[in-house]
Design a protein around this ligand. Structure first.
Ligand code: ARG
Length: 719
């Protein structure tokens, strides 16, 4: 792919250069020429049709992406995306995370973790006018927030009149545009196949976010529906969902420089934040969240023995925490090593200068921009305290009691007026959350986490602390650790919320029942309710205030980009996007060049026999014997394991199929290189590399190690 747009204004990057961009399907005409030039063999228009090929084969798992790979609802995604479901079906003595899992026939498939869903986006509608019609410039922040919230709920309720669908209204460019997404929601999801973690998570958290990489990060689910073809709750009589479209797998794979693209659901990027926001995040907020994540990991490990039931319950949380801790660490490192802040400052200055230069632009945007600056300062003021309180929510007993109590309160209102998450539409998920807790909760660990976060909280200056919490836990000037520990022990011993049926019962109780309860965690929920509501109100107000000005800031930014002939894509917001580029190596530092493919032999080189470099013996023997079978790649004289691409992806893209120019599956996206992580804020073409598991490695392992012939036969594999 040629670097087309390299004539950047002095000091500016982060404008659109080749490979950068997470495009909304309706934007594709803008980049159709470039897609063709880059190597897309389909008509770019085909990618716009959500229910056609290939878009109709792409699904969201909520937080990860996946795709249909057979006409019987077989779904492929990453191992780390199915991790929670593998963990859910594991116990001490039958640890599927360790052993892997393969259903040799449909009836052997296992239910995925409660709440697992397959979402198929069928419709995207621009609802900007409707949303804007309920707000005006005179509204205060809270009023504005409420008006938008109500319109959102109304649109969602209308769209969800058909119960098979889940709908959401998502804002783009901070509220400049709104789109309504309508997704068919499949609720019976089953685990079909996952390799052992010694393949699916080979290299573990050491290799995570790194190249060279040798991870078989794939797993298979199947989507089931009722006999009538409509989504249904789990039932053994359900039948496999038959998607209109599924992807073929191309076993010939790709080579260096080939065109690739990814269709998927990237979660969040922050490419258009103000220079001040960037600085706040990298110098204050990220260092704190990174530290807290590291601490929680340590607390969990210190309080659960490796391989124990307790540890198994927290494996998924641990993987998530470790992933983000490393993510934040890399960003902070890149920020201090590189020139991100300088470039953000330069862009800010150039954009504001451009606005000032014209009288009409100044009139249009000037006030909103200075207003935004003030609100950003305001938001930052209590950021540390708020982060610590948020992390306290990581403890399950406290958050479970809060949620159950809140439900009783919300239930007193009409459905449309209830807080999001507490409406009728949310109850199935709510219940599943309450059920699933058992498999993700151990009292000893939970207590240690709460004790740790309360300790962190107690270090805050008195004026930032909350009276209700101080009082409930008897936190004075200094925290008495022993006393607190005793208090918490007593609370965990007495509370009945650790019991599934008790939790489910509480879902149907009244506010009075709560007020009468002597369960210590319910008492805690009640004692802190008012203060939490006050904080929530303030945060809604702030969010409404920001919503009144951020769209104007973004309008100015877009006009500024367009004045330089650069098309603008929106920040990621967990909605369907297209990104395209090439297979390509990179230079992580001076003197080094990273080639784009890793080979089977690299697994052997890394292997120590110990976790996380403990490949199955059988794999090492096959490699030793050069048993490449059907998946040999001449260029590298081996079977390719992982490869590098230039695609613009982020968390949420995990599990997305990597497609060639014909939209055949040649791999799965599962990670980005260490140097690319800061890309969420600041895209750097030289360092931005996506990491993909090669379909050839996946097939090689399935065929030669796990004996998953049934699945290989089921898929359309192009040889
Ligand atoms: N870094 C990957 C991502 O966020 C997740 C990889 C999970 N693997 C792991 N070893 N924790 O997309």
């Amino acid at each position: 792919m040629k670097k087309l747009l390299t004539l950047l204004a002095a000091g500016m990057t982060s404008l659109v250069v080749a490979d950068e961009g997470m495009w909304q399907p309706h934007q594709l005409p803008i980049i159709a020429g470039k897609l063709k030039e880059a190597g897309l063999e389909l008509d770019p228009k085909d990618l716009q049709d959500l229910t056609g090929f290939p878009m109709g084969a792409i699904v969201s798992l909520g937080g990860c992406t996946a795709s249909f790979v057979s006409d019987k609802g077989l779904v492929v995604t990453n191992h780390h995306c199915a991790y929670g479901s593998i963990q859910y079906n594991s116990k001490e003595g039958n640890n599927l995370l360790e052993k892997g899992f393969l259903a040799k026939s449909f009836d052997k498939e296992l239910p995925a973790a409660p709440g697992s869903r397959v979402y198929v986006t069928e419709n995207i509608t621009n609802v900007t006018d409707k949303m804007k019609s309920v707000v005006n410039d005179k509204m205060g922040g809270e009023e504005r927030f409420k008006a938008l919230d109500k319109m959102t709920k109304t649109l969602v309720a209308e769209c969800e009149s058909n119960k098979d669908y889940r709908c959401s209204v998502v804002n783009f460019h901070g509220g400049l545009e709104y789109y309504l997404f309508k997704q068919l929601t499949i609720r019976d999801v089953r685990l079909v196949h996952a390799p052992a973690s010694s393949i699916g998570k080979y290299g573990g958290d050491i290799d995570n976010w790194q190249w060279p990489r040798h991870t078989g990060d794939y797993a298979f689910y199947r989507a089931y529906v009722g006999k009538d073809g409509k989504p249904a709750d789990f039932n053994k009589d359900n039948v496999p969902f038959e998607p209109k479209h599924h992807l073929k797998v191309n076993a010939k794979g790709v080579a260096d420089k080939d065109y690739i693209m990814v269709l998927g659901y990237p979660g969040r990027t922050n490419r258009y934040r103000t220079a001040t926001e960037v600085q706040n995040e990298f110098t204050v907020n990220y260092p704190l969240t990174k530290a807290l994540m590291g601490e929680l990991i340590q607390v969990i490990k210190d309080n659960s023995a490796e391989g124990s039931d307790d540890r198994i319950k927290y494996e998924s949380s641990l993987a998530g925490l470790a992933n983000y801790e490393k993510n934040r660490g890399s960003m902070i490192e890149s920020y201090h090593k590189g020139t991100t802040q300088q470039r953000k400052d330069a862009r800010e200055k150039a954009m504001r200068g451009w606005v000032k230069k014209s009288k009409s632009n100044n009139k249009k945007y000037g006030k909103a921009i200075s207003q935004l600056d003030k609100l950003i300062d305001k938001a930052q003021k209590d950021a540390k305290r708020d982060t610590i309180l948020n992390f306290m929510g990581f403890t399950r007993m406290m958050s479970t009691a809060n949620r159950l109590h809140r439900l009783a309160i919300e239930k007193q209102k009409a459905d449309i007026d209830r807080e999001r998450g507490y409406q009728e539409r949310d109850m199935k998920r709510f219940e599943q959350g309450m059920r699933a807790m058992d498999r993700r909760y151990a009292p000893k660990v939970d207590k240690a986490l709460l004790q740790h976060m309360l300790t962190r909280y107690a270090e805050l200056p008195k004026e930032q602390r909350r009276k209700d919490l101080d009082k409930f836990f008897g936190i004075g000037k200094k925290l008495d650790a022993k006393k607190l520990s005793k208090r918490l022990d007593a609370m965990y011993a007495k509370s009945k919320l650790g019991d599934e049926n008790t939790r489910l019962d509480w879902m149907n109780k009244s506010v009075e029942d709560f007020n009468k309860s002597d369960d210590p965690f319910i008492k805690l929920a009640i004692a802190t309710y008012d203060a939490r509501m006050k904080a929530e109100k303030e945060s809604k107000q702030l969010s409404g205030d920001i919503n009144a000005v951020r769209p104007k800031y973004m309008e100015a930014m877009i006009a500024f980009y367009n004045s330089k002939n650069k098309p603008v894509y929106a920040d990621a917001n967990s909605t369907l996007r297209v990104t395209y580029g090439n297979v390509k190596g990179y230079s992580p530092k001076d003197g080094l060049y990273a080639v784009p493919f890793t080979r089977l032999e690299g697994i052997t080189q890394k292997d120590t026999g110990e976790k996380p470099f403990d490949s199955p013996k059988k794999q090492l023997e096959l490699i030793e014997g050069k048993q490449y079978g059907n998946y040999y790649m001449k260029d590298i004289d081996s079977v390719p394991v992982n490869f590098l691409g230039t695609l613009d992806i982020t968390g949420g893209n995990s599990g997305s199929p990597t497609l060639n120019g014909k939209a055949e599956l040649v791999g799965l996206v599962f990670d980005g290189v260490y140097e690319s992580i800061i890309g969420d804020w600041d895209y750097e073409p030289a360092l931005n590399r996506s990491i993909h598991v090669d379909a050839r490695y996946m097939l090689w392992v399935m065929e030669n190690i796990d004996g998953a012939d049934n699945l290989i036969k089921e898929m359309d594999v192009i040889r």
